[in-house]
Design a protein around this ligand. Structure first.
Ligand code: FAD
Length: 423
């Protein structure tokens, strides 16, 4: 789909009813619902999207993230994704799907337009400043900016001194470029699991580090997993606490593929990362030389026990080929020294994302704990009437984003109609 240049759609002098920021699953769901509620595209509402084409964050995901490796993409309202070839990269499938949705509904999407700030002009109007210098005025804002633009890398001592390569999930394109390298993968989510398996297959020597035992679950993800995330996270956001990560809400399902990875040792966490040296990393846990398997959490421990469902179990962690042990730091008084250092070429931070909300900072939304206090409807920001967050926290899944988008559109239209009852 050809991008709609911002210059073709000058921002009107009168405030719009709604500006949707972001055209991922959440923003498109909201935009479709605004249409169904009778708002006129371009005249009453627009969608400003920072991408140069349809697809939201999916547009940028790595090629090996095929549809069958994803948790599942929920349909946008009123249009089925149908059953595309599961082996096709999800980035392509979803971009095409969103593009079709935009053009069939003739949604007023303008791109690429990056919103730099949203401020209150007065009690009834927001002012939105875009990176092309233009101002948009609107009565309500549906913010659907996702997380992809806010990769999170935790701080560890020595991180700035490391001379090898560091990259985040966001920059991962293909495992093949790491063949023969020693790669530390940090993070306890499904992205980390998929990277580890792909890197191993591509001939990299991997080490997995998690802060605590991985959160394996014997429950399988089905079409309701997004709803479960929603329930688990909304309890926090109504208190203004930062949202939980997806894995903290659902756990890691032991699929056949992951079970094989557990059995081979590729998916055995070697413990938490303690510090980074210029050429390696110091971990705290079983060494790379074939020690006993540390607890991987109750579900995996049961599977890995001798005679467990992992057929023969796993008694010792496999020695790590390509790694050499160096003396670690002394353990605390009376504790065995469990730290070890291993040379590392690359650190892959599969450590997640944070909500991309910087452009909302003039509205001072953040609570002390760093979260945004949400109403019980899951989309209204308690402190700022007329502002809706979708795809945030509880709705950060395609099913959650779809439902939240619809809810926010209904709420925004109700707000506008209450203020301008002649509509
Ligand atoms: P996004 O898709 O990120 O869309 C946000 C849009 O806003 C983008 O187009 C962006 O360019 C735009 N934008 C951002 N900032 C600005 C700005 N300041 N101005 C203008 N535009 C802006 N969920 C599932 O349901 N199933 C899965 O299989 C699944 N797999 C995932 C895999 C990974 C690696 C990750 C990170 C997440 C996954 N998720 C999955 C969760 C996923 O994030 C959501 O499902 C959903 O796609 C997010 O939709 P969204 O509309 O909230 O955000």
């Amino acid at each position: 789909m050809t991008p709609t240049p911002a210059s073709l759609h000058p921002s009107p002098a009168e405030p719009l009813d709604v500006v949707v920021i972001g055209a991922g699953q959440a923003g498109l769901s909201a935009a479709g619902q605004l249409l169904r509620k009778g708002l006129r595209p371009w005249r009453d509402y627009v969608v400003l999207d920072g991408n140069d084409g349809p697809g939201g964050a999916w547009r940028h995901r790595w090629d090996s993230l095929t549809l069958d490796a994803a948790h599942g993409i929920h349909d946008l309202p009123g249009m089925s994704l149908n059953a595309p070839d599961p082996g096709i990269p999800a980035s392509r499938v979803v971009s095409d799907y969103y593009g079709t949705y935009e053009s069939e509904l003739e949604l007023p999407v303008i791109r690429p337009v990056h919103v730099e700030s949203v401020a209150n002009e007065d009690d009834e109007t927001f002012t939105i400043r875009a990176d092309d210098g233009r101002l948009w005025r609107t009565r309500t804002v549906i913010n659907a900016t996702g997380t992809w633009n806010s990769p999170y890398v935790p701080y560890y001592p020595g991180i700035a001194e490391f001379i090898g390569r560091q990259l985040h999930t966001r920059e991962f394109t293909s495992a093949e470029e790491f063949a023969g390298q020693r790669v530390l993968v940090v993070g306890g989510g499904t992205s980390a699991l998929q990277f580890l398996l792909q890197l191993d297959e591509a001939g990299a020597h991997t080490v997995w580090s998690t802060r605590r035992a991985p959160d394996w679950t014997d429950r399988f993800f089905d079409s309701s997993w997004g709803t479960d995330v929603e329930a688990a996270v909304s309890a926090r956001t109504t208190l203004g606490l930062p949202p939980l990560s997806v894995v903290a809400a659902t756990g890691l399902p032991v699929t056949d593929q992951y079970l094989t990875g557990l059995r081979s040792g590729v998916l055995i966490s070697r413990g938490p990362l303690r510090r980074i040296t210029s050429t390696g990393v110091v971990l705290d846990g079983p060494g790379p030389d074939g020690g006993a398997v540390p607890s991987q959490g109750p579900v995996a421990d049961r599977l890995l026990a001798p005679g467990g469902a992992a057929a023969g179990g796993l008694e010792r962690v496999p020695a790590l080929p390509g790694h050499s042990v160096q003396p670690g730091q002394a353990g605390q008084a009376g504790q065995p020294d469990t730290r070890w250092e291993t040379p590392t070429d690359t650190i892959l931070w599969a450590t997640g994302f944070r909500a991309s909300l910087d452009h909302l900072s003039p509205l001072r939304l953040r609570e002390r704990g760093g979260g945004v206090r949400m109403d019980t409807d899951g989309v209204s920001v308690t402190a700022v009437p007329g502002l809706y967050l979708v795809g945030y926290g509880a709705s950060a899944s395609t099913i959650g984003a779809t439902r939240a988008g619809r809810r926010a559109a209904v709420a925004a239209v109700a707000t506008v109609r209450a203020a301008t009852p002649y509509l």
